[in-house]
Design a protein around this ligand. Structure first.
Ligand code: NAD
Length: 488
């Protein structure tokens, strides 16, 4: 075990200064199972100080022009990009994902989030209408809301945090952000860049700690009129209750149980390769990952054979090894939860074709012996009503099933409480339009997955969320609109 001295110790970032916290939480390296970092265990006092700093910074920041704010966002993006490798290594160590994934997805996208909103905030216009018969013109203005409370999860730590910070400050708000207590390191590293980027003290405050303590204090703070949350549906329900007495604006990006519909006329080469990626990328720890695959019966045997073969090639092991597709899951508890779903499927008579309990992770280096690794797992013949098909697993597990008709496929795809994302595989243009419209999902990808135009709305329906994020949607969420009527 490493000595106490070797642990990295994080501090909160409040009013432009790093502030130590009297108590701390252990943070684990998922690939070794060892504590390597101490994260502030913040509570009401720390949140109070951060909200006060954000309130103080608001008048000056919100009075700046969009161009002035954009300049700061772009500078922050440049500084982060210059340290891309350092951030990627840190994200991998903190989260368990491969360095390659952090290097090509997490950190470049975090940089892009700042650049995108620095640019898009310059191009919004507001509405105007005329009522000539009354001698009246109406127009709308948009104003920043104030101190924004931002709460993010552990699966794409910096990526999802910056997806909130960037639009919030671009629109003129100041923020108090609380990253997941399990993955706080890259957010803390980003705070070290604030001064050089020209972020005025108090515009971005970072309070580290647990959900029930630091998160709850932020949600229940009367001077935080807006909460943007990404995480589980259960936590969102709790946040909604806590925020209700204050009538806060809420944006909730939640879990998914995303279906893929594979029709007999699909390009199977493309479909299998992409569906393996959509099922297992980032250890299956992406809210958009495919977890239920419905395949038209005539091609079901061929699809299953090819999917299992490709899943077996999806390599899991040391996050630093560039030949691995997956690293470690976030925590011991999460690994046990995901394994529990595979055991449940087995006990219900399903077939586990590869992965958990079938394939061994023989290549793991000694240093990873106590890490939270699990191979890509494909299961068939699970009943739609099973918890395995209804609950979000959030790990490298995909269930494959056959269907006979389009109506049946759509009904089964929609037969869960979630409605985040879906994919449709078919070369029939009429069908893809028809099925896409009938699917209850905020995002439908056809013959592809995870292709994103950041200008367009992102978010889920049903228990997958409330509200949308993206260019115009984020701008609307992070501003209040006012209609002004002028009679001349
Ligand atoms: P989680 O809900 O446990 O935690 C998310 C964040 O909320 C963390 O920062 C946590 O500390 C905080 N939190 C927990 N309890 C709180 C409380 N009572 N009050 C205030 N804050 C609280 O989720 P997680 O396990 O970190 O993340 C995984 C979940 O996130 C999955 O369900 C996944 O689908 C979802 N997710 C959704 C999206 C999306 O865009 N829709 C993206 C990524 C992850």
């Amino acid at each position: 075990m490493p000595s106490e001295k070797t642990h990295m110790v994080l501090e909160n970032y409040i009013g432009g200064k790093f502030v130590p916290c009297s108590s701390q939480i252990d943070s684990f390296d998922p690939s070794t199972g060892e504590v390597y970092c101490k994260v502030p265990d913040s509570g009401k006092d720390e949140v109070e100080a951060a909200v006060a700093a954000a309130k103080k910074a608001f008048p000056d920041w919100s009075a700046r022009s969009a161009e002035q704010r954009a300049e700061v966002l772009n500078k922050l993006a440049d500084l982060m990009e210059a340290r891309l490798e350092e951030f990627a290594q840190a994200e991998s160590r903190d989260q368990g994902k491969t360095v390659a994934f952090a290097r090509t997805v997490d950190i470049p996208r975090s940089v892009e989030n700042f650049r995108f909103f620095a640019s898009s905030v310059l191009h919004h216009t507001t509405d105007c209408s005329q009522m000539d018969h009354l001698g009246v013109v109406n127009y709308t203005v948009r104003c920043p809301v104030g101190v924004a409370g931002l709460i993010s999860p552990w699966n794409l730590p910096l990526y999802l945090l910056t997806w909130k910070i960037a639009p919030a400050i671009a629109a003129g708000n100041t923020v108090v952000a609380k990253p997941s207590e399990m993955t706080s390191v890259t957010a803390w590293m980003m705070c070290k860049l604030m001064h050089d980027a020209g972020v005025p003290p108090g515009v971005i405050n970072m309070v580290f700690g647990t959900g029930p303590k630091a998160g709850d204090a932020l949600v229940a703070h009367p001077d935080v009129p807006l909460i943007s949350f990404t995480g589980s549906t259960a936590t969102a329900q709790r946040i909604t209750e806590r925020a209700a007495p204050y009538c806060k604006k809420l944006s909730l990006e939640l879990g998914g149980k995303n279906p893929a519909l594979v029709f007999a006329d699909a390009d199977l080469d493309q479909c299998v390769a992409t569906t393996v990626r959509s099922s297992f990328s980032n250890q299956g720890e992406i809210c958009l990952c495919t977890s239920r695959i419905y395949v038209e019966r005539s091609i079901y045997p061929e699809f299953l054979t090819r999917f299992v073969a490709a899943a077996r090639k999806w390599k899991t092991g040391a996050p630093s090894d560039p030949s691995n597709n997956n690293g470690a899951l976030i925590s011991k508890e999460h690994l046990e939860k995901v394994r529990g779903f595979v055991a449940l499927a087995r006990s219900e008579g399903a077939t586990v074709h590869c992965g958990e309990g079938v394939d061994q992770l023989d290549d793991l280096p000694e240093s990873c012996a106590s890490g939270y690794f699990m191979p890509a797992t494909a299961i068939s013949d699970v009943a739609d009503g099973s918890r395995v098909m209804q609950d979000e697993i959030f790990g490298p597990v995909a269930c494959v099933n056959a269907f006979d008709t389009e109506d049946e496929a759509v009904a089964r795809a929609n037969g869960v409480r979630y409605g985040l994302a879906a994919t449709v595989w078919s070369r029939d243009v009429g069908r893809v339009h028809r099925v896409a419209r009938r699917l209850q999902a905020g995002l439908v990808w056809t013959n592809c997955w995870l292709v994103r135009d950041l200008n367009l709305p992102f978010g889920g329906m049903k228990h997958s969320g409330v509200g949308r994020e993206g260019g115009k949607d984020s701008y609307h969420f992070f501003t209040e609109v006012k209609t002004i009527t002028i009679k001349h």
